[in-house]
Design a binder for this molecule. Structure first.
Ligand SMILES: NC(=O)c1ccc[n+]([C@@H]2O[C@H](COP(=O)([O-])OP(=O)(O)OC[C@H]3O[C@@H](n4cnc5c(N)ncnc54)[C@H](O)[C@@H]3O)[C@@H](O)[C@H]2O)c1
Length: 385
């Protein structure tokens, strides 16, 4: 699709990662390079500097004006959750294809409006759950679909971090409900919920609990652009309005049992995103910090030869891997985003859907909201269908 033009909103973490993906996708996969037209941010100087660094033609601080432009085909929303619905719906109404970072929205009500707008627009949408696109995860999906695990009994996932362990860590946007919607629940449980739905199936009911360990934190130094920034010594304190940890149990529609744990208080755990699936014919495990590998134990091996084996998912036959380096030359975090952009660009070119689309992102949001309601009411909650 020569002349396919993109606008990206958000200039920091995800803005940088997605920019990298747009820049590299056509160097490795057989697609026309998307034209990186406009980077949108809040601060003019910083946005211009980031746009130049990341390879965008222009910078803007007016996303409404950018979305209204006829020369933009795809809008990529990499801002905090409080702005996702407004921006994505405006972009869909303008007939654009839309990528939206996870979680799709801060509430199910917003996510429903987004899914409805996507249906009406009929354009390609993607909720950016990037971890589906690690070659090892996509290969795990193949193994499960092929029946290698047989009936699935358990899905057990943890997403653990430790970046706010220090009580003096400032009250950044991720700790404010009005911006982030929730804490590690919408940030980390969102990822493992999407993973569970992708690999195992739909979730029928949930039972959750949450905890806020540190209730007040210093306000960040300078409240301009929101981010993980330092606080001044002796800074005024503010209320933490999200949970610090969130755990829930789940029953899948297919009868499997699930457990999910997300926290920012696991000392030493930087980005410990792991899952394990126990099936009647074996166990399959993945760990983001060793993202090219699957651990596989098969009950069909001879009893004397059984044990976990490592499948290194860098062979040409593994999903996405063949486009990159020779086998054993490892891929990283950023490649999952390149694959995401590849799948969106391909869906647009072929007139197909990308997954997970906004409808799919809404389903994950429904699971998350049910788990949060369960934590509040101390009851099992059915996930609406
Ligand atoms: N897929 C992943 O692995 C992953 C990882 C981190 C964050 N995320 C998601 O990406 C999104 C952004 O997170 P981040 O880490 O990049 O945040 P960040 O703080 O690093 O950057 C946020 C950017 O959004 C801009 N922004 C904030 N509010 C805005 C508004 N109302 N209008 C226009 N621009 C606005 C800020 O100026 C900044 O440039 C969040 O939804 C987050 O959950 C996903």
């Amino acid at each position: 699709m020569p002349g396919f033009r993109v606008a990206l909103l958000g200039t920091q973490f995800m803005g940088r990662v997605h920019s990298h993906a747009f820049r590299t996708v056509a160097s490795f996969f057989p697609v026309d390079p998307p034209e990186m037209a406009v980077l949108c941010g809040q601060d003019a100087q910083r946005t211009a500097a980031q746009a130049a660094k990341f390879g965008w033609e222009e910078a803007s601080t007016d996303w409404r004006e950018v979305i209204a432009r006829k020369d933009i085909d795809l809008v990529d929303v990499c801002t905090p959750g409080d702005s996702h619905a407004e921006i994505a719906i405006a972009a869909l109404k303008a007939g654009k294809h839309v990528i939206c970072e996870k979680p799709l929205a801060n509430t199910v009500a917003q996510a429903k409006q987004m899914a409805a707008a996507a249906k009406k627009a009929g354009t390609v949408t993607l909720t950016a759950y990037n971890y589906r696109r690690a070659p090892a995860v996509a290969h795990a999906k193949r193994m499960i679909e092929r029946g290698d695990l047989g009936r699935i009994y358990h899905f057990r996932a943890r997403y653990l971090q430790d970046w706010i362990l220090d009580p003096n860590f400032p009250l950044v946007w991720r700790l404010r409900k009005e911006v982030a919607g929730s804490g590690p629940h919408g940030d980390l449980n969102a990822h493992i919920t999407d993973m569970a739905r992708y690999l195992v199936g739909e979730i029928a009911e949930v039972c959750g609990m949450t905890k806020t360990f540190i209730r007040k934190r210093p306000l960040p130094a300078g409240e301009g652009e929101l981010g993980r920034r330092g606080s001044k010594k002796g800074a005024a304190m503010g209320e933490v309005t999200v949970e610090d940890a969130s755990l829930f149990l789940a029953r899948f529609e297919n009868g499997a049992l699930g457990s999910f744990e997300a926290t920012r208080f696991a000392a030493g755990r930087k980005n410990h995103h792991t899952w394990e699936i126990n099936g009647e014919k074996g166990t399959l495990c993945w760990d983001l910090e060793r993202l090219n590998e699957l651990q596989w134990y098969s009950t069909e091996d001879a009893p004397t030869e059984r044990g976990f084996r490592t499948i290194l998912c860098t062979e040409a036959g593994h999903p996405y891997a063949g486009a990159w380096w020779p086998a054993g030359h490892m891929l990283g975090y950023e490649h999952t985003f390149t694959h995401e952009i590849l799948d969106v660009v391909t869906a647009i070119a072929k007139g197909t859907k990308a997954q997970p689309d906004f409808e799919d992102g809404l389903r994950t949001q429904q699971v998350l909201e049910a788990a949060m309601r369960s934590a509040e009411t101390k009851k099992w909650i059915s996930v609406p269908r």
